[in-house]
Design a protein. Structure first.
Length: 283
């Protein structure tokens, strides 16, 4: 066990403009400020779709900030997520928005990202991606993550962290039968495996047509070993029944391909009169 103190970080400051320093105004400047080069982070957020989790207005007009947290405890400063155009309205229901921000710190391997808002509004985030100078992070809100400037409603911040290092390709086929498609269904998938572990994805598409094949890639999730089953959960307000035909999962860490059929031909819905809210499919 190494209990020695870690070496303090070393930084190099460069006089990029080759400025001369002098007490004589005609020879150079009397003072010079040098800073570390700024590091770039590209942050992509996905706001939950309208009515997801029972929230009629998941988008926000408030300012949203992000703090990137490294595995070694180094964090960026709080960075405001500003759209590239003043004519663009970010954080609307169901929208995917990408922001490029800068900070003096390269946190190295990324562990988490923390979002917070201020103002008079609330925001429901579904997933986020952070591309840093040295690492990339994908995070998913495994339950409803509501941020609110009103402390009586919800906390003003949410910390989303890496669940693991595994990736999965997922294909979900909607049945070819009549009325199998849906205009409003909110389903999240949990993957179960031989390690007696499970891992949860972000929401799947909330509008799917009859016979449609939807494809997803989920990264930075837990390694469940050999994939055995998936559980699909329909969340509140997803009351337009949907009938999946099968789910195929490819575990990118071992190439294992598992196809799980809806052998009972079940419909899913948050309305119990239209279908089941929980459906487990196994190989």
């Amino acid at each position: 066990l190494d209990i020695s103190s870690p070496s303090p970080p070393k930084y190099r400051f460069i006089n990029a403009d080759h400025t001369l320093i002098s007490s004589g105004w005609f020879e150079g400047k009397s003072s010079l400020k040098m800073c570390r080069p700024k590091q770039q982070y590209v942050i992509t957020t996905k706001t939950a779709p309208k009515y997801a989790y029972g929230h009629t207005a998941p988008g926000t007009n408030d300012n949203v900030y992000a703090t990137v947290i490294g595995k070694k405890g180094i964090s960026t400063n709080r960075m405001k997520l500003v759209p590239s155009s003043i004519f663009y309205d970010p954080f609307t229901a169901g929208a995917t928005d990408t922001f490029t921000v800068e900070d003096y710190f390269d946190v190295g391997a990324i562990a988490c990202v923390q979002f917070d808002i201020n103002g008079k509004d609330s925001w429901v985030i579904d997933r986020a991606e952070v591309q840093g100078p040295s690492d990339k992070l994908n995070v998913y809100s495994t339950e409803r993550v509501l941020l609110s400037a009103d402390s009586s409603e919800a906390p003003s911040f949410a910390k989303l962290c890496r669940a693991g290092a595994a990736g999965y390709d997922v294909r979900v086929k909607t049945s070819d039968d009549n009325d199998s498609g849906s205009d409003k269904i909110f389903v999240r998938m949990e993957i179960h495996g031989s390690k007696k572990k499970s891992t949860t994805t972000a929401l799947l598409k909330n509008k799917v047509g009859k016979g449609e094949l939807s494809e997803y890639r989920f990264e930075d999730l837990a390694n469940v070993g050999k994939v055995q089953c998936v559980t699909l959960t329909a969340y509140p307000n997803g009351d337009d029944a949907w009938k999946p035909s099968y789910v195929e999962v490819v575990a990118l860490y071992n190439g294992n391909v598992v196809n799980m059929n809806n052998v009972g031909h079940e419909f899913m819905s948050s309305d119990p009169s239209e279908g089941v809210s929980l459906l487990k499919l196994c190989k």
